[in-house]
Ligand binder design. Structure first.
Ligand code: NAD
Length: 476
């Protein structure tokens, strides 16, 4: 007997989306001088609000506001005082958690279950954690008196809008820097709500500035002479351009870029547990995850059985309304991203891999993609090499641990990896040989503010989170 789910929608009435938003500069919302743009609800394609577009002059104003705040207020302020502000922001995030989660799901398309239980709690945790560091920087291992860098220009993507903001702003502020942050053009709303939280926390004007816009605004920010540090999270292609533009300047740079993680399942793994980890690894957040376990490497003796169990589990995933508390997979963030996922999935079929999705009815309006599995994937296939950034899993097999490691490392990226086995020695042997910044064992997608995150090779350089993450914001 199959029990049907009744709809369990979270009410959207808690959020108050204004018809239009300005830029947050010097503690005030001000008009932008570029052509405003609309942000869209990806679940039904309705326009949510009109957003200001910052041009080069607006970015300049924001950088100047950040510079003044750095020199006059935030830089000279004792760490223990800065900590109080960070702590207050963390508490306000907790108080307004439901509002933030609903707004994130509406603007991004991610299931409310994830924005409510993962994104927003991690955002608060990140501010709490860094509040703790603000008055202890001399004990962080970067010398007796590490100094802030100055003004940080920060550019973030759309997949975890608020969480990426927290990863950028919390360490920068804890270390005594001021920031100008540009959220992604498809997901600006929670950053603008965060601006309101900064005001509520009485954060001194100019310490946090938010400039909205697309790539041109981001470029104006990272190329601005008044920026001392550039922190970018996004695609490898854009990251490469930024590295070129920053090269030869005095600016410091950290890059958090794409990934194509291998999730390695040895024959002795607890298969049901592995299936849960694989599903979490690739279908969490619609697969819009830089560290997604998008390549499943299974040891041959269990490959058939694992794929069968995986298909059964995928058949239970519920795709639909992001605000429904039963939803597992929400909307794809934009039409452009949906087109890219579709193009790569077709390439998988054209190159000879076998495509499978469970029966799954997709809503008529909005941007949707059914959870998808490819078997018979060769290492040369595009779906084994390129970041799809969607709910698409490529399955490859291996015979020996050496082969697993060779295949896992056969990628230009090096952000994350997963290992599933009952033997601790096998975990250590494998982890030591993987070129990936984060390696999870018998779990996947676990995040903690105390744990550094970042990549090797084309996944970027520098770490975010933990003691290591402070280094990118200190003149040590
Ligand atoms: P993207 O590179 O297209 O855009 C990211 C941000 O950069 C956006 O705010 C965009 O407006 C801005 N931008 C675009 N062109 C720019 C330019 N020339 N100069 C400055 N800024 C510019 O990436 P995306 O499609 O928004 O995000 C997806 C990518 O982000 C994926 O590749 C994913 O792996 C990566 N990502 C990495 C991490 C990580 O921690 N390593 C985390 C999340 C996402």
């Amino acid at each position: 007997m199959v029990f049907e789910y009744a709809p369990a929608p979270e009410s959207a009435s808690i959020v108050d989306i204004r018809p239009s938003y300005g830029l947050f500069v010097g503690g005030e919302f001000v008009d932008g001088h570029g052509e405003p743009f609309k942000t869209v609800n990806p679940a039904d394609e309705t326009a949510l609000a009109e957003i200001a577009r910052a041009d080069a002059a607006d970015v300049d104003r924001a950088v100047r506001a950040a510079r003044t705040a750095f020199e006059k207020v935030w830089g000279p302020m004792p760490g223990a005082e800065r900590a109080k502000y960070l702590y207050r922001i963390a508490r306000l995030i907790q108080e307004r958690a439901r509002e933030l989660a609903v707004l994130e799901s509406i603007d991004n398309g991610k299931p409310i279950r994830e924005s409510r239980d993962v994104d927003v709690p991690l955002v608060a945790a990140h501010f709490f954690y860094h509040a703790g560091w603000a008055d202890k920087l001399e004990h962080a291992g970067f010398g007796p008196d590490p100094r802030p860098l100055g003004v940080a220009g920060q550019v973030i993507p759309w997949n975890f809008p608020l969480l990426m903001l927290a990863w950028k702003i919390a360490p920068a502020l804890a270390c005594g820097n001021t920031v100008v942050l540009k959220p992604a053009e498809t997901t600006p709303l929670t950053a603008l709500l965060f601006a309101d939280i900064c005001r509520q926390a009485d954060l001194p004007p100019g310490v946090v500035n938010i400039v909205t816009g697309a790539g041109e605004t981001g470029r104006a920010l990272v190329e601005h002479d008044g920026v001392d540090k550039v922190a970018f999270t996004g695609s490898t292609a854009v990251g490469r351009g930024i590295a070129r533009s920053v090269a030869g300047t005095r600016k410091r740079l950290t890059l958090e870029l794409g990934g194509k993680a291998a999730n390695i399942v040895y024959a002795d793994a607890a298969l049901d547990q592995a299936v849960e980890g694989i599903v979490n690894g690739i279908f969490f957040n619609q697969g819009h995850v830089c560290c997604a376990g998008s390549r499943l490497l299974v040891q041959e003796p269990v490959a058939e059985e694992l794929v069968e169990r995986l298909k059964t589990r995928m058949g239970t995933l519920r795709v639909g309304d992001p605000l429904d508390k039963n939803t597992d997979i929400g909307a794809i963030n934009s039409a452009a991203q949906l087109a890219r996922i579709g193009e790569l999935a077709r390439a998988g079929e054209d190159e000879g891999a076998e495509r499978w999705s469970p029966p799954c009815e997709l809503p008529g309006r909005g941007f949707w993609f059914a959870p998808t599995l490819f078997t018979g994937v060769a290492q040369s296939h595009r779906i084994a090499q390129e970041e799809i950034f969607g709910p698409v899993l490529s399955v490859l097999t291996f015979r020996t641990p050496e082969e697993a490691v060779a295949k896992a490392n056969n990628t230009p990226y090096g952000l994350s990896a997963g290992i599933w086995t009952e033997k601790g020695s096998q975990i250590l042997w494998t982890a030591q040989r993987l070129r990936a910044g984060v390696v999870w064992a018998n779990t996947f997608n676990k995040f903690d503010p105390a744990s550094p995150f970042g990549g090797y090779k084309e996944s970027g350089f520098g770490r975010e989170g933990g003691r290591h993450g402070l280094e990118g914001y200190l003149d040590a």
